[in-house]
Design a protein around this ligand. Structure first.
Ligand code: HEC
Length: 113
């Protein structure tokens, strides 16, 4: 009996921890104007974040914060994030379905790329 209660509590903890990973952080609203709310960016000059590895997103944000990675837009964005924000945003974008980018080969060729 005792074991069953422990198992039930354990399962509950796992399920609620999983639900937490999908919770949308409030600060997504700031990122959405460029990266889209679900990480599918609004245009070719902004990287897609949907489905990216959470550890990569976290690393990138911390690199902008520390100045190791420099970008006039993202340095300012990252400076405003706490460690908890970084983790929550990384989990949010990572858990969104990846957007597949299909290059327009003809257009790229005529542009000399
Ligand atoms: C005004 C537009 C803008 C806003 C707002 C913005 N970003 Fe960015 N973000 C960019 C651009 C442009 C880049 C590419 C910068 C570079 O070349 O390093 C970028 C890069 C990134 C990268 C690195 C992607 C990679 O593939 O290496 C991450 C992660 C990221 N942004 C997360 C965020 C998060 C989280 C927010 C919200 C707190 C946010 N961004 C807000 C424009 C924006």
């Amino acid at each position: 009996m005792k074991t069953r209660i422990v198992i039930a509590l354990g399962l509950g903890a796992i399920l609620s921890a999983h639900a937490e990973t999908a919770a949308k952080p409030d600060k997504v609203a700031v990122c959405a104007s460029c990266h889209g709310e679900t990480g599918a960016s609004i245009g070719p000059t902004f990287p897609n974040l949907a489905g990216q590895q959470a550890s990569y997103i976290e690393h990138a944000l911390n690199a902008y914060k520390s100045g190791e990675r420099k970008n006039p837009i993202m340095s300012g964005q990252a400076a405003a994030l706490s460690d908890a924000d970084v983790k929550a945003l990384a989990l949010w974008f990572s858990s969104q379905p990846a957007k597949v980018y299909v290059p327009d080969i003809e257009q790229n060729q005529s542009a000399g790329k």
